[in-house]
Design a protein around this ligand. Structure first.
Ligand code: ASP
Ligand code: MG
Length: 432
């Protein structure tokens, strides 16, 4: 049975990092292996900046400079890995960057989303081309597969939906069995007409799950720069602990509430087939990982805390002192959907509907304008939302530390509270 490995941007950020893939892949050579790879390091961010320049003024110095930087960066990695034998690979990198430049020219007048997908996909095309060449160079027989022909989607650009039947057929005919490593791109797909699409930022985890689902894989391993999942972000909490066992459902909750661990769409396809997901460190592969499967016994073992900064609170009231009844709630949520915004907290009372959203001006501005026209609207910015799961009353109270709660929502397992960011500590601590 197949194992699917996923390596994120940090695990292939430079030649040294890529070299560290070898022992991990070699250790699994006995069994069929599919490897899914993101773009190197921060390449996707760089491609987004390049896109902004291209749409601003394609001929500007900024665009050319960024494009040259992208090419030089990838060529340097090719050279560091293959040395004297890098000529062909560097040529291939050059061809991909040329094709990227052509896509920019072709799509400057297209919608932003179409333009995005036709160009940002090159991050993964470049990284996989380099890693595949290097694995073959080192004697690990590897087939490079184009994910745009494996992961078949609709044309909902930047957040494409999977056509599962077409995807299953494509993956089973192209990526099944064989004793060669099959290596492909995360994050990207293609329509049945061959137009490139993407699955949403950080979508490579989801790609790995799609492949695993379609191949009835035995296991997915996500290799990260941390040893596994934590009950809080170790950079923000001084006493975060690793969660060694977690259920699919609990992991979806954590990811949904903003724990930047795994793309939330990843878990569904794995849960359906009962495929376990292991999160391991590529730096310390021997360290105990986090394992996610159907077993729910360990979910409440530790309270989890998730922070979201830069939140905006919207308090919406009817202008005429009428009730915030279902038709009005429906109307407000409809406007949220129309603006393409997402609420991290939703709460309602007789006269008020409360929403808390990420401060993304391109989404929020139209929403605010639309609500402001028909409702009485108050808003506050620079807020921090904390979501706590599996916490008792005393822990919640101590975590609050007397701060004013601007909005709150609770159910049996989860409490969300919104604070002013300036009232929050630099480093958080989960009370015992
Ligand atoms: N390269 C893409 C991103 O940075 C996808 C991923 O890393 O999962 O969002
Ligand atoms: Mg990533």
């Amino acid at each position: 049975m197949t194992t699917v490995f996923k390596f994120g941007g940090a695990s292939i950020k430079d030649a040294d990092a890529i070299r560290r893939l070898m022992p991990l892949i070699e250790a699994h050579r006995e069994r069929p292996l599919v490897v899914v790879i993101s773009a190197m390091g921060k390449t996707t961010n760089a491609l987004e900046a390049l896109l902004a320049d291209a749409r601003d003024d394609g001929s500007s110095g900024g665009y050319r400079e960024r494009l040259d930087e992208l090419k030089a960066g990838h060529e340097a990695v090719a050279e560091a890995l293959l040395g004297d034998e890098a000529r062909e690979l560097k040529q291939r990198v050059g061809e991909l960057v040329k094709a990227l430049d052509e896509q920019h020219r072709r799509h400057c007048e297209s919608s932003y989303s179409v333009h995005y997908d036709q160009t940002v996909c090159y991050g993964e095309l470049l990284s996989t081309t380099i890693v595949a060449a290097w694995l073959n160079h080192e004697g690990v027989a590897t087939d490079w597969l184009d994910a745009r022909e494996l992961v078949i989607t609709d044309d909902h650009h930047q957040d494409a939906n999977i056509d599962w039947q077409a995807t299953r057929e494509a993956i089973r005919s192209q990526a099944a069995s064989g004793d060669r490593v099959r290596l492909t791109q995360g994050f990207i797909g293609g329509t049945s007409d061959g137009i490139s699409t993407t699955l949403g930022r950080e979508g490579s985890d989801f790609s790995a799950a799609i492949l695993a689902h379609c191949l009835d894989a035995a296991e997915v391993v996500i290799w990260k720069d941390v040893p596994g999942l934590f009950n809080a972000d170790p950079r923000r909490f001084d006493n975060a602990v690793q969660l060694k066992r977690l259920s699919y459902a609990e992991t979806i909750e954590l990811a949904w509430h903003g724990a930047k661990v795994i793309h939330p769409k990843t878990l569904g396809p794995l849960k359906q087939k009962g495929i376990p997901l292991t999160v391991r460190s590529f730096e310390t592969p021997e360290a105990p990982p986090s394992v996610i499967d159907a077993d729910t016994r360990f979910d409440a073992e530790h309270p989890s805390c998730i922070l979201r900064d830069d939140q905006v609170l919207l308090e919406v009231k009817p202008k005429d002192f009428s009730f915030m009844d279902e038709p009005r709630q429906h109307d407000i949520l409809g406007r949220l959907v129309e603006a393409g915004a997402h609420a991290n907290l939703i709460d309602g009372s007789a006269m008020q509907f409360t929403l808390c959203c990420d401060n993304k001006p391109e989404r929020l501005k139209p929403l605010i304008e639309s609500l402001d026209a028909d409702y009485s609207l108050e808003r506050q910015e620079e807020l921090t939302l904390i979501t706590v799961r599996h916490a008792g009353e005393s822990l919640l109270e101590r975590l609050r530390e007397g701060r004013e709660v601007l909005a709150e929502r609770r159910n049996a397992t989860t409490t969300q509270r919104l604070f002013r960011s300036e009232d929050c500590p630099e480093t958080w601590h989960i009370p015992d």
